[in-house]
Design a protein. Structure first.
Ligand code: GLA
Length: 604
């Protein structure tokens, strides 16, 4: 007899033929080191949740066209199986666009090599790429669908398409992509209040995303879709942060009041996020509603489970509340992971950016500056993330104007001496006069592609057009890809060129220290006080970016990436150094702001 999966045939969900209420939580496997998956899902169970929801990031699973990764940290199948083992149901959100404060909303940057690309539409170049990706992804997860005995009870079609809505044929295309590959479970769409109008697709249940209840959102959903169960697919338990602003907090009591109200009205809910985790590496996204604002490395989100996995006050309050909706007592809360504040370590060696260039791949020669995505690197998939160095020669000083063609931020050097910084606000730098040919360099950082809004097609990075000196466009570039992948960091590690005399220290550059760990490694936070802006690598793992402007002034270092004995810490620092690296047991989130004090529209 075939088992009956999740159904939405009346005002109540049913699962296996019985009334069912979704008490869900989002945890993204790609934001949590794999050895911690189990702990985070156990915490979910202990909090009283019954369903795990996760996005699937296309840009990690297919980093180069036709090259797929579904193993180690990206072993989606094992993650879903683990959820099943814990007794959690799964709602899968495979995108292909996922938003999620993730570079380009999860879309691979190589899509932008096509200058006419129309992301999230039925433009043939996009459709073909989605088809090839779904040909890999869907058969991977198909055996884990409910009808096959697995935990996946529903699948989301795209993500908040109503807020983009550029092509009426697009949502039916994505729905068909799923169904034609054998997805028979309940389909859902997910939109905010405004987006609900255009976000749905025939055959999929509409759900809503919000944080406040005051605006009658639930009634709005019920009116749009009478005689259907109500689900808040993203109940925002907190909020994300951008560089240069405050850390968002959403007070536990304010959140609890809304969640209690929703439950008492019989609504199903998914906490976005239950546990946010970390944007390790260069994977953070950005916002741009007129001003470009890249997101920070931490994705703590002020969620019930903190970035390092602590069960916060929110988590405890929710556990009390959710326990009333279970007939059995909830499992024990797992004991907290121990953390350690290791002794500070002193920087021992340094290597300037200029000396590190021997360890990059051969530079590319081009008359005009090429954007990152179109560089002939990574098997012609272009450069996706990190820094690109553009060098050319000039024979005069004068007025350098970026014409707003820098994405997103460039340090400018003449003869490798720093002369200024270009970004969206500062588009002019004066180059000093001198005789003869001189080298002009731009170290351009891709600070993260926008993940939300209508500007997705404009997310090419690096130098994206002409830069002029005294009104003449610069030509004749040497372009170095500095995506700082493990291969490059590994080459750096093994060179004898590191210097120990700190009188010759030059930034930008790499600095190295050793951390000795006695006994079993524990989680810790690296406190970045005194440092300027850069990236930290521990034993080759990219922990992400830091920046003195905050709000985040630390980086989460999972103990699992340390080993007992000697550990290597490499910093890439752009502007100002400190002699040491300090560790702390707790994260200092810097200045905070209460999300209830923000204008409502910022949360849409
Ligand atoms: C929307 C998106 C999510 C995320 C949240 C904000 O609801 O669907 O992916 O970006 O906003 O955290």
């Amino acid at each position: 007899m075939s088992r009956r999966g999740l159904r939405a045939d009346s005002t109540q969900f049913t699962l296996e033929g019985k009334p069912f209420r979704i008490l869900g939580g989002s945890v993204h496997y790609f934001r949590v080191p794999r050895p911690y998956w189990r702990d985070r899902l156990l915490q979910m169970k202990a909090c009283g949740l019954n369903t795990l929801t996760t996005y699937v990031p296309w840009n990690l699973h297919e980093p180069e066209r036709g090259t797929f990764h579904f193993h180690d940290q990206l072993d989606l199948k094992s993650y879903i199986r683990l959820a099943a083992e814990m007794g959690l149901w799964v709602i899968l959100r495979p995108g292909p666009y996922i938003c999620a404060e993730w570079d380009l909303g999860g879309l691979p940057s190589w899509l932008l090599q096509d200058k006419d690309m129309q992301l999230r539409t039925t433009y043939p170049g996009f459709v073909n790429a989605v088809n090839l990706y779904f040909d890999k992804l869907i058969p991977t997860v198909k055996p884990l669908m409910f009808e096959e005995g697995g935990p996946i009870i529903a699948v989301q079609v795209e993500n908040e398409y109503g807020s983009y809505a550029k092509d009426e044929e697009y949502m039916p295309f994505i729905r068909n992509c799923l169904q034609s590959r054998g997805v028979n479970e309940l389909l859902m769409t997910s939109d905010n209040w405004e987006g609900l109008k255009y976000g749905g697709v025939a055959g999929a249940l509409k759900t809503i995303n919000f944080q406040r209840l005051s605006v009658g959102a639930i009634q709005h959903l019920a009116d749009m879709q009478p005689q259907k169960p109500l689900l808040v697919m993203e109940y925002w338990s907190g909020w994300f942060d951008v560089w240069g602003e405050h850390h968002h907090v959403f007070h536990a009591e304010d959140m609890l009041a809304v969640v209690s109200e929703l439950l008492s009205r019989g609504v199903s809910i998914n906490l976005y996020m239950f546990h946010g985790g970390t944007n390790f590496g260069f994977m953070n996204g950005a916002l741009d509603f007129g001003t470009y604002k890249p997101q920070v490395t931490s994705y703590d989100y002020d969620a019930p489970l903190s970035e390092a996995g602590d069960c916060t006050m929110k988590c405890q309050l929710l556990r009390n509340l959710f326990s009333q909706y279970h007939s059995e007592p909830l499992p024990q809360v797992p004991s907290p992971q121990e953390r350690r504040a290791y002794e500070p370590v002193v920087m021992q060696q340094h290597l300037s950016l200029w000396d590190s260039l021997h360890f990059t791949d051969k530079p590319h020669r081009s008359e005009k500056a090429l954007n990152m995505e179109n560089l002939p690197v990574n098997n012609n998939n272009g450069q996706s993330y990190g820094y690109t160095l553009y060098e050319t020669t000039v024979t005069s000083g004068g007025a350098l104007n970026s014409m707003n063609n820098i994405r997103d931020r460039a340090l400018v050097f003449v003869e490798r001496e720093y002369v200024g910084c270009l970004d969206y606000k500062t588009q002019k730098v004066t180059l000093p006069e001198a005789k003869g040919e001189r080298m002009l360099s731009f170290l351009v950082e891709n600070c993260g592609r926008v993940n939300y809004g209508k500007a997705l097609n404009d997310q090419r990075k690096g130098i994206v057009g002409d830069i002029v000196l005294n009104h003449s466009p610069l030509r004749g570039f040497n372009i170095f890809c500095l995506d700082m992948k493990p291969r490059f960091i590994n080459r750096l590690t093994h060179t004898a060129q590191w210097k120990t005399d700190f009188r010759s220290l030059a930034v930008p550059g790499f600095l190295q220290a050793r951390l000795n760990v006695d006994g079993s490694p524990r989680d810790t936070f690296i406190q970045m006080t005194g440092w300027g802006k850069g990236v930290v690598f521990v034993n080759g793992q990219n922990l992400g970016r830091y920046w003195f402007i905050g709000p985040q002034r630390f980086l989460y270092l999972p103990g699992h990436w340390l080993r007992s004995g000697e550990n290597q810490i490499i910093l890439f620092e752009e502007q100002r150094t400190n002699g040491e690296v300090v560790f702390t047991e707790n994260a200092d989130h810097g200045k905070t702001i209460d999300v209830y004090k923000l204008p409502f529209c910022t949360l849409l």
